[in-house]
Design a protein around this ligand. Structure first.
Ligand SMILES: *Cc1c(COP(=O)(O)O)cnc(C)c1O
Length: 372
């Protein structure tokens, strides 16, 4: 029996059902099922939320990354630097744009791109850097932006897990050349299907993304550039517009749950996630670390606690990317994290009683005295 699920999407729907149903009904009655006024309204609200001038709604986070890279001028033959410890989509989008992904290891404490290793990977072919704000923790943007500025390279933020996260007062997505979000149902802001957005403050780049998302169509059936069918559904725009109004409350609930986990897990040997100084971590994922990860995961499952591993295989060791020529040992931090991280249940509607259930299992199996 599941006592603590990893996420609970129905609980969230139930809490705002009347507003979601009414917004969806308006789209169904209005007949604009692709883009349309509901999407425009959401785009304006989301840009304001991110602190950017514009937001362009698309059909997934992957599409957002693909279009942002193209708009930034990435083309075949270019290199794009990112991390191997991310969801596969970050790397897939780089290849969709025709570029070669080049990996830089993550740092051991925060699990995001290690800026100290970045510059050594820059070559004359490097066109963009894609830092990933993993688990809702902002990457260390200042040194990354400094290197990019000095070398004339674009920075495309993968903020697919970092809605509302902040780094030194700036929202994730607003610091780089362009920012990319996913609204996959389990993300901190989730659609009732697929969705994504690119955020931009440069009007020219925003216009380019807008053009690319809908077949490069400048005026009806005149195609200025070769584009894509990456439009956001009207229904998703309407749902996201309603949900965005609740996002700050949900984010604060996630942060409170993370603080409660930290307090309840203090007297255990698992390593807890740490916030970088001066950031607002939005805890899309609450990942602890232990060398006994697989055993602990099995014990939690026995106790009815669902967990996940984000991610068990770093991208450079994925069978699908064998031809990039990387091997085991190339990115030791990413490889160790892949063996040790364990994502505990976290979602706004989680209760303290449920956190106690999780913490009790961990305290029983990995007490502070046990070897880490
Ligand atoms: C979810 C996610 C994506 C892809 O988003 P989709 O909407 O699933 O296409 C990209 N990067 C990261 C880090 C993600 O978590």
């Amino acid at each position: 029996m599941t006592r603590v699920p990893l996420v609970d999407l129905q609980a969230q729907y139930r809490s705002i059902k009347a507003d979601i149903d009414a917004a969806a009904q308006r789209v169904l009655d209005g007949g604009q099922y692709a883009l349309g006024p509901a999407v425009s309204s959401f785009e304006q609200a989301f840009a304001a939320y991110c602190g950017t001038k514009e937001a362009i709604g698309v059909n997934s986070g992957t599409s957002a990354l693909h279009l942002a890279l193209l708009a930034a001028g990435v083309s075949p033959g270019d290199e794009v630097i990112t991390v191997p410890f991310t969801f596969i989509a970050t790397v897939a989008a780089i290849e969709y744009a025709g570029a070669r992904p080049v990996f830089v290891d993550v740092d051991d404490t925060y699990c995001t791109m290690d800026p100290a290793r970045l510059e050594a990977s820059v070559t004359p072919r490097t066109k963009a850097i894609v830092p990933v704000h993993l688990y809702g923790q902002p990457a260390d943007m200042d040194p990354i932006l400094e290197i990019a500025r000095r070398r004339g390279i674009a920075v495309i933020e993968d903020a697919c897990q970092a809605h509302g996260a902040e780094y030194r007062g700036h929202r994730c997505g607003s610091m780089g050349t362009l920012g990319c979000f996913s609204f996959y149902p389990t993300k901190n802001l989730g659609a009732v299907g697929e969705g994504g957005a690119v955020v931009a403050s440069d009007p020219e780049l925003a216009a380019r993304v807008r053009l690319l998302r809908s077949w490069g169509e400048q005026t009806r059936y005149t195609h200025a550039v070769r584009g894509f069918n990456y439009r956001m559904d009207g229904l998703q725009g309407a749902v996201l517009d309603v949900k965005l109004r609740h996002l700050e409350g949900w984010t604060e609930a996630r942060r409170a749950h993370a603080a409660f986990y930290a307090q309840r897990l203090r007297d255990t040997a698992v390593s807890l996630p740490r916030d970088r100084d001066g950031v607002r971590h939005v805890f899309h994922v609450y990942a602890v670390r232990t060398a006994q990860r697989d055993t602990l995961r099995a014990r939690l499952a026995d106790a009815g606690v669902q967990t996940a591993v984000h991610y068990p295989i770093p991208v450079h060791l994925q069978p699908a990317y064998r031809d990039l020529g990387y091997r085991s040992g190339d990115f030791p931090v990413a490889e160790r994290l892949a063996r040790e991280v364990l994502s505990l249940p976290i979602f706004p509607e989680l209760t303290e009683q449920q956190i106690d259930i999780v913490a009790d299992v961990i305290r029983t199996y990995i007490p502070a005295a046990a070897p880490a």
